[in-house]
Write a protein of this length. Structure first.
Length: 452
């Protein structure tokens, strides 16, 4: 891989960039419940001299807030009775890279630790690492890729907010799936994203038009699963910031508009021993056990793949999003689509929307697949045909409430993620459901204001 594609920084290389005046700011962040990066900006010289080794601190309420940054009661991890103290942020220097879309800036992701430098079990990055460690104990590792879809608008984020996110102008005005002409119109944004991601150590494969008006997909190169979650998170932040700088807006809502296609995050995943893809050879039993594990446990962990109220609006028959749980070879009506052969054979989970937190989504899929392999589960029969019309196949949970109840009652999830993390995220999803249930929506006013 070329230096331009990789463009990672060591602390020593960072020092040279600081001395040359090429970098003066370090963004140090960690993913919260929603997958957003939270953190601080450092003077680059101070970071290189002190914080790269010593780390920093942040208020522990950041893992107990809602999306509006309101502290939510009921968490055991942090609350008013405990005084909302600090936790430690330990920079993971393997993630240090230039952020070419920002002026003289680099970015680094951090692990969230106690002040005694023990991993905090409820932190999303820790949840994923625990599953990769389980694989490593067996001499295995997972590789994965995220295919992220999004809608692009001519309105800036400020303009979109002022409009109440209504009557926005999409960049495309007809369906543009694979359409090169429509894609060319959006190159002012998508080309910039490809260049900046590739120049910041996140190698891009392709971008393409999607089924909606102004909808596109960005595909980055697959990697070890932890590295891919990091790439996904930085990519999403970069795409928002690039749009913001260009007075445009991009949304990763799973279903931003009634009657339009939803935005997915199809996840491709495979399990390896060294350089051998175990999914490429059915004789190992790894492929069958992993897929069977997904089929058995996805109903209990759907909230890790579909974490918002809006996520479930995407699950519509005939919409390119899955509605029923089965596996099938190269079949886009299936929740689990098997693609590739030999070293490239993998499972594409089509359930997650673009709103997923990649650390939670990957952790959930690995936990289910690991159990299936450990139990030697037999692979169920492959489904062939149109799953949208398969009335005898189990449907995915229909709402966040349904998914949360299944997660809350799951002994599998409690064992896989630990009691503290299970209780923490059960409360997080319950809080999201309760917030929606207490809100009065535009739909209600339009339907009932006059006519009821």
């Amino acid at each position: 891989m070329t230096e331009r594609q990789e463009n990672r920084l060591t602390v020593e290389r960072l020092r040279r960039h600081v001395e040359a005046g090429d970098i003066d700011t370090i963004v140090a962040g960690f993913p919260d419940h929603y997958g957003r990066l939270m953190g601080k900006r450092f003077d680059a010289a101070f970071f290189a001299e002190v914080a790269a080794d010593a780390g920093t601190h942040a208020c522990d309420y950041l893992l107990t807030t809602d999306i509006d940054m309101e502290p939510v009661p009921g968490y055991a991890f942090a609350n008013w009775d405990l005084g909302y103290g600090d936790f430690h942020l330990a920079p993971d220097l393997r993630t240090l890279r230039t952020a070419t879309w920002l002026d003289r800036t680099a970015v680094v992701l951090c692990d969230v630790e106690t002040n005694d430098h023990e991993p905090i079990e409820v932190a999303p990055r820790t949840l994923l690492r625990r599953q990769t460690e389980r694989l490593a104990d067996q001499g295995l590792h997972a590789r994965a890729g995220s295919e992220l879809e999004y809608y692009l608008f001519c309105d800036s984020y400020r303009e979109a907010a002022a409009k109440g996110y209504e009557e926005l102008e999409p960049f495309g005005w007809y369906r543009e799936d694979y359409n090169i002409l429509q894609g060319t119109r959006e190159e002012v944004y998508n080309a910039a994203v490809r260049r900046h991601l590739s120049g910041s150590g996140i190698p891009v494969e392709t971008s393409k038009g999607e089924w909606g008006r102004g909808q596109h997909e960005m595909n980055i190169r697959y990697a070890e699963v932890g590295e891919m979650a990091d790439r996904h998170t930085i990519m999403k932040l970069a795409m928002k910031e690039i749009a913001d700088a260009g007075d445009m807006s991009v949304t990763f809502m799973a279903k931003p508009f009634t009657g339009q296609a939803g935005s997915s995050c199809h996840i491709h995943i495979s399990v390896w021993r060294g350089n051998d893809n175990l999914f490429g050879d059915d004789s190992s039993g790894a492929f069958g056990g992993f897929v069977a594990g997904l089929l058995r446990r996805i109903p209990e962990i759907t909230v890790l793949l579909a974490p918002t109220i809006n996520s479930y609006k995407r699950f519509e028959d005939g919409s390119w999003a899955p509605t029923r749980l089965a596996w099938s070879t190269d079949n886009r009506t299936a929740a689990l689509r098997v693609v590739g052969s030999g070293r490239s054979r993998r499972v594409e989970c089509r359930i997650p929307g673009a709103d997923c937190n990649p650390y939670l989504a990957y952790a959930g899929l690995l936990a289910a697949g690991i159990e299936g392999m450990a139990d030697g589960l037999p692979l169920p029969d492959e489904f062939t045909g149109d799953l949208y019309h398969a009335g005898d196949v189990m449907r995915l949970p229909a709402t966040l409430h349904d998914g949360t109840e299944r997660f809350a009652g799951s002994e599998f999830a409690r064992a896989a993620f630990g009691e503290a993390a299970h209780d923490h995220y059960r409360h997080f999803f319950h809080t999201e459901v309760e917030a929606f249930n207490s809100a009065v929506t535009d739909w209600e006013r339009l339907r009932y204001f006059e006519r009821i």
